[in-house]
Design a protein around this ligand. Structure first.
Ligand code: PRT
Ligand code: ZN
Length: 299
């Protein structure tokens, strides 16, 4: 029997988002005792239950209030919202946080050998896709007539197999399109994984836990984008050196033992330090330049 005071989080069981989703929660301090074959895993140190399911089921589980939170691609969420809209089902959810992983775009692609001028080149085309509602929304807005058929995998082989004129599928590096002789011609939707929450009343223990979780997730995302930079600098060049370090607020300047003309500069930067900047720093006399990753941050 499940305890209603434990927070329920749905995430993808196995696929492109599963590893990053688990990593995010563990970095947030949630210890999860993952049992490969089981639908529900329990956290050992926090009142949290993890539901591991197919990504397509996550928006529905959130909106039907079976779980409190879900980690899912915005593409899957948006497709489900459009589907529910047409079927007049309830649409109750809130995006709490974009998670900065699982980034991709939903694009239209056609064989490289075909000419493409603009969307009118796809008038009356047959398009293979796993995202019929997002595709229809986009093409209806542009007044393009089309036929579609749904493929839930290997969409990119449809044109070469003679099944369609074009495809509408997710792209991240573009390597799959290239390998199948296809070219990307329109981007319909940009997506990344997000943390989505159900609406409706929640016990206060859950509300507090969700707030704590969001603060920790934001700390993890911020830390991922930030770097800790340390270097030694001639005292006379401190200002010019600091002006090269963008995204760094309030550097700490401290004395170096046994050195009168040099100081140590330490700072957290919201940007990484590129090789070109490091080379410029070196020209200004900086040495012992270290760029370190940060694991967690709390402000
Ligand atoms: O079994 P389940 O239903 O849970 O998984 P699934 O097979 O439906 O989804 P999965 O694991 O493939 O993807 C889960 C989510 O990852 C997607 O809904 C997106 O939000 C996100 N994502 C990010 C991607 C990609 N990048 C991606 N590149 N999902 C799929 N792809 C596929 C794409 O369909 C194409 O086949 O990768 C191929 C293209 O990749 P590139 O790098 O060659 O362009
Ligand atoms: Zn899926």
């Amino acid at each position: 029997m499940l305890d209603n005071n434990r927070l329920r989080i749905a995430m993808q069981k196995s696929g492109r988002l599963s590893e990053d989703s688990i990593k995010l929660l563990t970095t947030c301090g949630i210890k999860i005792n993952l049992k490969k074959q089981e639908l529900i895993s329990f956290s050992e140190n926090m009142p949290i239950d993890i539901f591991r399911v197919r990504d397509d089921d996550i928006p529905g589980l959130v909106m039907d209030q079976v779980v409190d939170l879900g980690i899912v691609g915005e593409n899957v969420l948006e497709e489900e919202l459009l589907r529910r809209g047409i079927q007049s089902k309830k649409i109750l959810y809130k995006i709490l946080q974009r998670l900065d992983f699982g980034k991709c775009r939903l694009s239209l692609a056609i064989p490289c050998s075909k000419k493409y001028v603009n969307l009118l080149s796809l008038q009356n085309a047959c398009i293979a896709t796993s995202y019929p509602y997002l595709l229809k929304k986009y093409l209806d807005k542009k007044n393009i007539n089309f036929n579609f058929f749904i493929l839930n995998g290997s969409v990119e082989v449809a044109p070469v197999a003679g099944l369609s004129d074009a495809i509408c599928d997710l792209v991240s590096t573009g390597a799959t399109l290239e390998a199948n002789g296809l070219k990307e011609v329109e981007i319909l939707y940009n997506s990344q994984a997000c943390l989505v929450s159900r609406l409706g009343p929640l016990p206060s223990v859950k509300k507090i836990l969700i707030e704590k979780l969001i603060t920790r997730i934001q700390g993890v995302i911020k830390a991922r984008e930030s770097k800790y930079i340390m270097l030694h600098a001639p005292s006379s060049k401190v200002q010019s050196i600091i002006s090269l370090l963008h995204g760094a607020e309030h550097p700490t300047i401290s004395r170096l033992a046994g050195e009168t003309n040099k100081v140590a500069i330490h700072m957290v930067s919201s940007e990484t330090l590129f090789w070109e900047t490091m080379e410029q720093l070196k020209v200004l006399g900086a040495s012992a330049i270290l760029v370190l990753p940060i694991e967690k941050m709390m402000e």
